[in-house]
Design a protein around this ligand. Structure first.
Ligand SMILES: Nc1ncnc2c1ncn2[C@@H]1O[C@H](COP(=O)(O)OP(=O)(O)OP(=O)(O)O)[C@@H](O)[C@H]1O
Ligand SMILES: [Mg+2]
Length: 337
């Protein structure tokens, strides 16, 4: 099916999601924060991509931009987002709504906030599934995400649910219509370890059955690499390394990825904020003049401070690093933490 008004079907070569050079600023209290500084990401139909990075690297902004669901304080300064060929930021409101409904499933970082506080869960789910969905159908969708008492959950209002339950409801709603693309922002952060794995099993197997592509935003590089074919690493509002999950995890090409890979989540404990490298990630107010990671990078040279790296294709990945290929970043002892 094509998005009305766009007259475009994705060609076999065309990615389902294509984010190119996206620049997004937030304006708050007279201050400008550059959240995305030419972020690019492309996802094929049915593909699974994990997007990882420290807090503030721009993951949620990128995820929200896919559905043009940025908060009012955000402004797209440049770049494009295409879903199935349709330019998301150019679509008329009705076309945009239809695109979201027909193609996109979104799970936000704050699941409670993404639910309508005034409607029972069952009623909200019915909006996605259609009026004909009876109680049994509603319950089956809630059961799939391991909600123990699905009929009771269907009768509940969002504020009556725990964070973990709300997160599972949000996942059930996002998956209910069998979207072509699921954007899931930290979808399991509020769940305990066992439920987390169960829910991820469900999400990935439902997605595989329905041919749904997944963009999974997370702090946890290792967890993402276990489930996704590809991993994109974000730093300072850009995707600094993007490639096959196994390779990115075991043979990182960007010094930041190397640091991220070494700060094993097992060591940090689940849910802990990653502190892969000493120092803090940047808060940009405009375009980074050079590589945003340079101030924390053990390998930075003068050029890194003043010249923005462009993507270089190395070993099956796209890497934003002036020195990639020049240094053996893959040797853990070469990386000074
Ligand atoms: N509503 C907002 N108003 C102002 N600044 C914001 C807003 N949302 C995000 N930012 C800023 O934009 C940058 C990117 O934030 P974003 O939430 O996209 O990162 P993230 O990678 O999702 O972080 P986290 O891991 O904490 O969820 C940060 O500097 C953040 O402070
Ligand atoms: Mg976030």
């Amino acid at each position: 099916m094509s998005v009305a008004g766009t007259g475009k079907e994705p060609s076999p070569q065309e990615p389902l999601l294509d984010v190119r050079g996206l620049v997004v600023d937030y304006a708050a209290n007279g201050r400008r924060v550059r959240a995305l500084d030419e972020a690019s990401l492309s996802v094929p139909a049915g593909g699974t991509v994990g997007v990882v990075g420290e807090s503030g690297s721009g993951k949620s902004t990128l995820g929200a931009a896919v559905g043009r669901l940025l908060p009012p304080s955000a402004e797209r300064v440049g770049g494009t987002v295409r879903v199935a060929g349709a330019p998301v930021f150019e679509l008329a409101p009705a076309t945009l709504r239809r695109m979201r409904r027909e193609r996109l499933g979104m799970v936000f970082q704050d699941p409670v906030a993404s639910l309508d506080p005034t409607k029972r869960i069952g009623a909200q789910l019915r909006l996605v599934l259609g009026r004909r969905a009876d109680k049994r159908v509603l319950a089956s969708h809630l059961e799939r995400v391991r909600l123990r008492d699905p009929r009771e959950v269907a009768r509940a209002y969002p504020h009556q649910l725990s964070g973990g339950m709300a997160q599972r409801v949000a996942i059930a709603m996002a998956m209910a219509a069998g979207p072509e693309l699921l954007v899931a922002d930290e979808p399991t952060a509020a769940l305990d370890a066992q439920v987390r794995e169960e829910v991820l099993d469900v999400v990935f197997s439902l997605a595989a059955d329905a041919g749904t592509a997944i963009v999974w935003l997370s702090h946890d590089l290792a967890a993402v690499a276990r489930r996704c074919a590809r991993v994109a690493v974000m730093y300072g509002g850009r995707v600094v390394e993007d490639g096959p999950a196994g390779q990115v995890l075991t043979r990182p090409a960007h010094p930041y990825t190397a640091a991220l890979a070494r700060s094993a989540p097992a060591r940090a404990g689940h849910g802990a904020r990653l502190e892969p490298v000493p120092g803090r990630p940047p808060t940009l107010t405009g375009p980074s003049p050079g590589c945003a990671f340079a101030p924390r990078c053990a390998f930075a040279v003068e050029r890194c401070d003043r010249e923005r790296p462009e993507p270089v294709r190395v070993d099956g990945r796209d890497v934003l690093c002036h020195r990639v290929g020049e240094l053996p970043f893959t040797e853990p002892e070469e990386v000074t933490a």
